[in-house]
Design a protein around this ligand. Structure first.
Ligand SMILES: NC(=O)c1ccc[n+]([C@@H]2O[C@H](COP(=O)([O-])OP(=O)(O)OC[C@H]3O[C@@H](n4cnc5c(N)ncnc54)[C@H](OP(=O)(O)O)[C@@H]3O)[C@@H](O)[C@H]2O)c1
Length: 317
């Protein structure tokens, strides 16, 4: 059996915050986005050649997938790629909860296949991974990845898929200047030596690394991300100031440099795009080059910030 290999973009588009759409500032991100604003984001992204969209059923419990499916109706299906996830904790009780969850996602996304289907976390690798095999064979899933898995869980999933002629084709983990556990645990090295794309999520730490949020301008009141990050904003100032000063020399901004850092480390950042002008930042990030000295200095400042940004859903790798 031959598998068409996954085409990996330089940057992918994240839509967790799109799950807040329609809410009045009380969603996970406390973001307020309009349908017209999301369409403008999509149009700018597509014009710039960014066409891989990452979502999950659990982002706003279906809301992110629904609104993404509606917005993408303006393009031919072959012009974009969809990445969504099976989340074990949200599995139903039917005979095949993985196939069921995929069907629900396909309906919401208005399509009959996803380009990349992820097992969202390693709740029970031996139980859930085999369910992906028939979905790959049917063509409803083109490629499979695993997210939030440690190295031995990645290897187990790869072995299970390998017995049917498939493989783990991508990894998706939290990876930012402030959270480099996949590097420390050897997962990044494993990906590079096996030619497996590593998708880095929360490269901007949900906005905390952009320099836009500061103690005097904290993340939106009442949101989950405010609770996670507002207390550490004072410690992040030296790092975000450095990101901004490196950016200024290349006509770029602090978040662009944080993204360029992730690209320089050999990863594909998945960036949560909530405003049309953020697409300009993606373009600048893909054009930047960072000197080794800049990378070393940024990592030293990140270590000196001495904060732990591990998400509540993540295990220690
Ligand atoms: N597999 C998993 O378990 C998992 C977990 C988390 C995330 N993810 C995926 O990874 C994606 C990215 O993570 P994320 O959305 O949580 O966080 P993120 O990408 O670190 O940060 C997104 C936030 O940063 C701000 N931002 C983005 N681009 C910017 C720019 N150019 N300039 C200034 N600010 C900018 C926006 O905040 P404002 O809206 O406040 O401006 C946005 O909501 C998610 O959307 C999701 O697809 C996967």
């Amino acid at each position: 059996m031959t598998i068409d290999s996954l085409k990996t973009p330089t940057v992918a588009l994240g839509t967790w915050a799109w799950g807040d759409t329609g809410e009045t500032g009380n969603g996970y991100f406390g973001s307020q986005m309009t349908r017209a604003g999301l369409e403008e984001i999509a149009d700018k992204a597509h014009a710039a050649g960014f066409t891989l969209w990452d979502t999950a059923l659990v982002y706003g419990m279906g809301r992110s997938e629904t609104v993404l499916g509606e917005v993408l109706k303006r393009y031919a299906r072959s012009d974009y790629q969809l990445s969504t996830k099976f989340t074990p904790q949200a599995a139903g009780t039917s005979g095949d909860p993985v196939a069921d969850m995929l069907e629900q996602s396909l309906t919401r996304l208005g399509t009959d296949y996803v380009d990349l289907y992820w097992i969202h976390n390693p709740a029970d690798v031996a139980r859930w991974t085999p369910h992906l095999i028939p979905l790959l064979k049917s063509g409803k899933v083109k490629h499979v990845g695993v997210s939030n898995h440690n190295l031995s869980e990645i290897e187990l999933a790869d072995q299970i898929l390998g017995e049917a002629g498939f493989r783990v084709e991508a990894i998706q983990n939290h990876y930012s200047l402030l959270y480099r556990s996949s590097e420390d645990a050897g997962i990044l090295r494993y990906c590079h030596s096996h030619g497996i794309p590593f998708f880095a999520y929360m490269v901007l730490e949900q906005g905390a690394l952009t320099g836009k949020y500061r103690p005097e301008n904290p993340l939106p009141d009442g949101s989950n991300r405010a609770e996670a990050y507002n207390g550490m904003l004072p410690q992040l100032k030296a790092l975000t100031d450095k990101l901004a000063s490196i950016g200024r020399k290349q006509g770029a901004a602090a978040p662009d440099v944080a993204m360029a850092w992730a690209i320089a480390k050999g990863t594909t950042p998945i960036i949560g795009v909530t405003k049309p002008n953020y697409i300009d930042g993606l373009i600048r990030a893909t054009r930047m080059t960072l000197a080794d000295d800049d990378i070393a200095e940024l990592e030293a400042l990140a270590d000196a910030a001495n904060v732990n940004t591990r998400g509540w859903w993540e295990q220690v790798l």
